[in-house]
Write a protein that binds this ligand. Structure first.
Ligand SMILES: NC(=O)c1ccc[n+]([C@@H]2O[C@H](COP(=O)([O-])OP(=O)(O)OC[C@H]3O[C@@H](n4cnc5c(N)ncnc54)[C@H](OP(=O)(O)O)[C@@H]3O)[C@@H](O)[C@H]2O)c1
Length: 258
């Protein structure tokens, strides 16, 4: 929890804010005058953000959180509201990734990535839904991935967890209509972070975390269901969703062989 003086402004809560996309977005929103609760497991990494940007220290508030813990997700959401005020925008961005070849098939990896990427987002929605519905306002953005669209080589544990996130959001979105609460999805392409450092293949249109944060920032208030970037890569993968399996597998087989 923060001991700093809170000086007003809209309140955002971002999970997975100690690194990569979440960190860059937290800095961007803080620069815009938002009060930002930055959440992740590593408290020292959260504190380091305010140390790196001392001019934003009054806007960046560390709240350590492991998103796989249901009770902690709820308690931290309540602590953020008690300290900073009503959360206007909740960004459920915490995530993990490891590629997996067929020879490395590992049920534990499926379980670990599902716990963080999918159930972590479920825990965040579960924490915020009651308070947001009660007051009839708020938005929740969950980070899925362009890999959620269709199965990609060596990405079964990760892609399946992100497909679950996307499917869940598609399922809940219409039910929330009329409640004042909106559920939205962020679908990034490749972004240069700790996660993509694990990839050994060429990543088309690789973005910096700051460029990714800029895309999210541009659409943060437009209410649309999906924030997708970079646009050209996003639309290519959207088109691939339409391909019949025979053609789709012809393409992905080439990726496995290359
Ligand atoms: N990079 C890409 O190309 C890409 C593409 C599509 C989607 N995404 C998604 O974008 C999101 C951000 O990823 P990134 O690329 O920015 O990776 P990153 O730099 O590794 O950041 C991941 C963040 O999630 C946090 N995190 C991991 N497990 C957590 C847990 N159990 N509880 C709370 N926080 C946890 C990490 O902090 P701690 O370790 O301190 O907990 C870190 O702040 C993820 O959901 C990722 O799947 C990334």
């Amino acid at each position: 929890m923060t001991e700093k003086q809170v000086t007003g402004g809209r309140v955002a809560m971002i999970t997975g804010a100690s690194a990569g996309i979440g960190r860059a977005l937290a800095v961007k929103l803080a620069r815009d005058g938002w009060q930002v609760a930055v959440c992740a497991r590593r408290e020292e990494a959260l504190r380091a953000i305010a140390e790196e940007f001392p001019e934003l220290a009054d806007h960046l508030h560390p709240f350590p959180l492991d998103v796989t813990d249901v009770a902690e997700s709820k308690a931290v959401f309540m602590a953020v509201e008690a300290d900073l005020g009503e959360v206007d925008t909740l960004i459920l961005n915490a995530g993990d990734y490891d590629p997996m070849t067929l020879d490395e098939f590992d049920p534990d990896l499926f379980r670990r990535l599902a716990e963080v990427n999918y159930l972590g987002a479920v825990n965040g929605i579960g924490a915020a839904l009651g308070p947001m519905r009660e007051r009839g306002r708020g938005q929740i953005l969950v980070t899925a991935s362009l890999s959620a669209y269709r199965g990609l080589p060596q990405a079964a544990p990760y892609g399946a967890s992100k497909a679950a996130v996307l499917n869940m959001a598609e399922s809940l979105r219409p039910a929330l209509e009329g409640t004042g609460v909106s559920l939205r999805v962020i679908n990034p392409g490749f972004v240069k972070t700790r996660l993509t450092e694990k990839n050994r293949f060429h990543m088309p249109q690789l973005l910096t975390p700051e460029a990714a944060a800029e895309y999210i920032h541009q659409e943060i208030d437009d209410g649309g269901f999906e924030i997708v970037f970079p646009k050209r890569f996003g639309y290519t993968l959207k088109f691939m969703r339409l391909l019949p399996y025979r053609l789709y597998f012809w393409l992905t087989r080439r990726m496995v062989q290359s």
